[in-house]
Design a protein around this ligand. Structure first.
Ligand code: PGA
Length: 246
């Protein structure tokens, strides 16, 4: 079970320090993998503050080249060097606002793997694709085009674009159907079984129901991960879910 926190471009040094104070008072479970994706500039800071806790730190993106004349970009090697274990690749905000296409995302994921980072590859359809009954087809193409070769530690986060930051989430059936579809596609391409996280408006209210859905192996949380109290409530719901389902 995976609980991932994508802080996006939020939380400064002072708020990160406050956040980590709550983490130090909390009792973590060894059944849950958890990773926080802070702004790039605070990766090192956060990593040092939570070094002794069972929480990994990750980058929100990495470039497809490992070094060179790419002003403003970040290398997967540097992420690894500053203590990251994971990296998010292909988040819809980067696909839309930074025009990252499937080819580029595949290269970014491949470079991250070559730097020994574990990749969370994000996929998700637009509302029109969903409404026109084309969501499964759309995600299949994204995976066919973006899935790197020879991966070992790769997760897919299914994040419908229309669900991110909107408070709207797909039905339990739609999530279950999509996660099962994703697992089958990845297995067909790579012969590997992967874990699929759900992301998009996950919060303290809906977490319990989301975790009950078949084929949901964890969650990628944005807005609701910005307050330590909410993040830890979501984490606790995951622990409870495992306790009751075992
Ligand atoms: P949200 O974001 O939880 O705020 O909807 C999720 C994400 O973008 O990863």
């Amino acid at each position: 079970m995976f609980v991932a926190a994508n802080w996006k471009m939020n939380l400064d040094k002072k708020s990160i320090l406050e956040f980590t104070k709550s983490l130090h008072k909390f009792k973590f479970s060894n059944q849950i993998n958890t990773c926080i994706f802070p702004p790039m500039t605070y990766i090192d800071y956060l990593h040092n503050l939570i070094n002794n806790l069972p929480i990994s730190v990750g980058g929100q993106n990495c470039h497809y080249k490992s070094s060179g004349a790419f002003t403003g970009e970040v290398s997967a090697n540097f992420l690894k060097d500053t203590g990251c274990e994971y990296v998010l690749v292909g988040h819809s905000e980067r696909r839309i606002m930074n025009y990252e296409n499937n080819d580029e995302i595949k290269s970014r994921a491949q470079t991250a793997i070559n730097s020994n980072l574990k990749v969370i590859l994000c996929v998700g359809e637009k509302l029109t694709d969903r409404e026109e009954g084309k969501a499964l087809e759309y995600i299949e193409k994204q995976i066919n085009d973006c899935l790197p070769n020879n991966f070992k530690d790769l997760f897919i986060a299914y994040e419908p674009i229309w669900s991110i930051g909107t408070g709207k989430i797909p039905s339990a059936f739609e999530i279950q159907e999509m996660h099962s579809h994703i697992k089958k596609i990845v297995f067909r391409i790579s012969n590997k079984y992967i874990n699929v996280l759900y992301g998009g408006s996950v919060n303290t209210e809906n977490i319990k129901e989301i975790l009950k859905i078949t084929n949901v192996d964890g969650v990628l949380v944005g807005g609701a991960s910005l307050k330590a109290k909410d993040f830890l409530a979501i984490y606790s719901a995951a622990v409870k879910h495992l306790d009751t389902s075992s």
